[in-house]
Design a protein around this ligand. Structure first.
Ligand code: ADP
Length: 330
């Protein structure tokens, strides 16, 4: 598809250039041959007394020869323009289409990954229901369990589709966020309060050191970003662990740190964890944490949209620190 679009675009470029070039050549041919004819005829008039040495048809011959030479030169020039603009057009068409081709590939990959993620809970629901339907003596207790399990899978599907919507919102280049001035520490405190019950399940303690720093950004998205970082810190911590959160201010930048002492990330995975659907093997197997590998990809898009940056430091088996930098408000 990309190849045929590239060839088509090259032909369009070539068509436009050749139309202009041929029109221009026509004008040049007429102008030049007119001037040659006029010059030769004027010369012929001057040479009239010597007509016996310069017969009249010699002038016509000169004119015809000059016209042919001009025409030939113009044909050569147009041929060169055809070759050069064809090559340049093909190159430029490739450059023009490259970002579009990359976007299409990315979309295709996204659809494939999303379908793969959606298929797992759907298959589970289908299989469970088929097995139950085949059971002639399905009792109420089993039916209730089945409904409970189905609801769990449906909740998974719902959170997955919620992720898709968030992702499409923040990864849309046309998204314009409404900014407001707010205290980053308060936003972080809100997130901690909301996630405390989840931390309690694993008996994880929060330790906080929060300086009050004002930022001008989109509050809802920043809260979403902080939630992803703190949620991951809890998810990838061991039981009875600790999550340290800190907000400081340096060189007109608010610095938010979320540190955990959990599973950590292997050096080879660090560059990949912001990719959509990427989950390090260690987090799938050892930790069994639930996730789709979309959180950090959303967090990165939010950081970009708010002119911020996320940096990761991690030691496999020891823990991770995610630092979020955001311009502060004077
Ligand atoms: P999810 O957590 O849903 O899998 P994320 O995009 O939030 O997706 O994270 C991508 C991957 O990065 C995770 O699967 C995990 O391997 C790794 N990761 C993220 N945060 C941490 C953390 N605090 N500690 C260890 N690994 C982490």
């Amino acid at each position: 598809m990309f190849r045929s679009a590239r060839i088509k675009l090259t032909l369009y470029y070539l068509f436009i250039i050749m139309v202009i070039s041929l029109l221009f050549s026509g004008v040049v041919y007429r102008g030049v041959t007119f001037e040659i004819e006029r010059g030769v005829r004027r010369q012929a008039v001057r040479m009239m007394p010597f007509d016996e040495f310069f017969p009249n048809d010699i002038h016509e011959e000169i004119i015809t020869e000059a016209k042919q030479r001009v025409a030939l030169e113009l044909v050569i020039i147009n041929f060169c323009i055809f070759i050069v603009s064809g090559t340049a057009g093909y190159f430029l068409a490739g450059k023009t289409l490259k970002p579009i081709a990359e976007m299409v590939d990315e979309q295709k990959q996204f659809v494939a990954d999303a379908s793969h993620e959606l298929r797992t809970p759907l298959t589970a629901i289908k299989t469970e229901n088929e097995v139950a339907l085949r059971d002639k003596k399905l009792d109420l207790k089993f039916a209730r369990e089945l409904i409970k399990s189905n609801l769990e899978e449906i909740n998974n599907l719902k959170s997955l589709t919620d992720y898709f919507l968030t992702l499409s919102k923040y990864q849309d280049a046309n998204t314009k966020l409404q900014n407001e001035v707010f205290d980053l520490s308060r936003a972080l405190q809100e997130v901690i309060n909301r996630l405390k019950p989840m931390a309690r399940v694993k008996n994880i303690e929060f330790s906080t050191k929060l300086d009050s720093v004002k930022v001008r950004a989109n509050k809802i998205s920043i809260i979403e970003l902080i939630t992803i970082l703190v949620d991951n810190a809890i998810k990838y911590s061991h039981e009875n662990g600790e999550v340290k959160v800190e907000i400081t201010h340096k060189n007109n930048t608010a610095i938010l740190k979320v540190e955990d002492f959990g599973v950590g990330i292997k050096a080879e995975d660090i560059g990949l964890i912001f990719n959509r659907f990427y989950r390090a093997d260690s987090s799938r197997t050892k930790n069994q944490a639930v996730g789709y590998g979309l959180g950090l990809s959303i967090a990165k898009s939010i950081a970009d949209l708010n002119c911020g940056k996320i940096v990761v430091n991690s030691t496999f088996g020891k823990g991770s620190t995610f630092t979020f930098f955001l311009p502060s408000h004077a």
